[in-house]
Design a protein. Structure first.
Length: 352
């Protein structure tokens, strides 16, 4: 595989900010007008059109996850303190106000996810997943994983199912029948991360035992993909009609695509110099973006490296494209936040 770099000016730096600590997560609203940022010092910041507002100042507990509701009117955060905070956008106002705090005691909460159509917030609390109904102001479901702590949660794109990763399996609940026993994807080890493909046809699990499990949701068949050099810490899908699966493992990203002729998955390896910290696909595209401890961000087109973004010696921790692919945001391990504007259509590049 060639990794020859091409010199391009596809991304132009638009803004750069510095918060006090490691950027643990950042996410755009579905409308693309807000970027929410959380840090290991417990800061919550909102960026909008060049303005940065600090909603929560630095304190003793980290914030580790953040997400917007599908309509952009609500924002959820959680972390080390064991509290889930829900913020609401004011009517005819650009400001978010905290409206609810759900105290989960000493539980360190590092996974939350909003329903893709409704104002339902799911979050992991030790060996349980809770689903909070914002409109009703009450817990809709308490789902016991039982086998271990929950490592990650993911809603089906149509909102009909909720998946949770843990030891030995991924469990999938039907939201119309919360009390029914969940379906399971059985694993030889622990699932560290799970993700649905954009149309919900596949569910992928990145596993501690150096494997990936892929469940074909339509017919319940599944594949176990082996031979990775280390644990598979992250799995993401492209939002395309022919889905591409990317998985991070140590200093490499492995890209998988289903070959209909041989009825199996085929892979390509994209190599970094140091450990991978974040991977994501550009919206409606198979253009892959990855960041590692080598101080750069890579854009990958098919089997080749399209370009490398280098910003001094910044070690990036997380990446996020806005929904239209117009902006790319990256968080750094020393509190840096950089936003680039995209000057080309990402849909014309990628794997295929």
């Amino acid at each position: 595989m060639s990794t020859k770099s091409k010199t391009t000016n596809t991304l132009k730096q638009l803004d750069k900010r510095l918060l006090s600590e490691y950027i643990t997560a950042l996410v755009w609203s579905n409308q693309g007008n807000y970027l929410a940022i959380v840090t290991a010092a417990g800061e919550l910041a909102l960026w909008q059109q060049g303005n940065l507002e600090i909603l929560t100042a630095s304190h003793d507990y980290s914030l580790d996850c953040v997400g917007f509701s599908q309509d952009g009117n609500y924002l959820g955060t959680a972390g080390q303190e064991g509290k889930v905070s829900i913020w609401q956008l004011g009517v005819n106002s650009p400001n978010f106000k905290r409206i609810t705090t759900l105290d989960q005691g000493n539980a360190w909460i590092d996974s939350l996810a909003w329903h893709p159509q409704k104002n339902l917030l799911a979050f992991a609390v030790n060996r349980q997943v809770q689903v909070w109904d914002v409109n009703q102001g009450q817990v809709m479901a308490e789902l016991n994983f039982a086998d271990s702590s929950v490592f990650n949660i993911a809603w089906h794109p149509q909102g009909k199912f909720l998946a949770a990763s843990g030891h030995g399996r991924v469990k999938i609940w039907d939201i119309e029948n919360w009390s029914d026993p969940p379906e399971t994807l059985e694993l030889p080890g622990s699932s560290l991360d799970c993700a649905w493909s954009s149309h919900g046809d596949y569910l992928a699990s990145g596993n501690l035992d150096r494997t990936i499990s892929v469940l074909h949701w339509g017919n319940r068949s599944h594949w176990l993909i082996q031979g990775f050099p280390g644990k598979v810490s992250k799995v993401v899908w492209s939002n395309t009609s022919d889905p591409v699966l990317a998985a991070s493992c140590q200093d490499a990203v492995i890209v998988w695509q289903f070959n209909n002729e041989i009825k199996n998955w085929q892979n390509r390896v994209l190599q970094h110099d140091q450990a991978i910290q974040s991977i994501t696909f550009a919206p409606n595209s198979s253009l892959l973006t990855s960041a590692s401890n080598d101080g750069g961000i890579q854009l990958w087109s098919k089997a080749n490296k399209l370009t490398k973004i280098v910003s001094g010696k910044i070690k990036f921790s997380c990446l996020a494209w806005n929904p239209n692919g117009d902006y790319l945001a990256a968080g750094g391990q020393n509190g840096e936040v950089i936003i680039w504007q995209n000057s080309i259509s990402s849909s014309s590049r990628g794997f295929g």
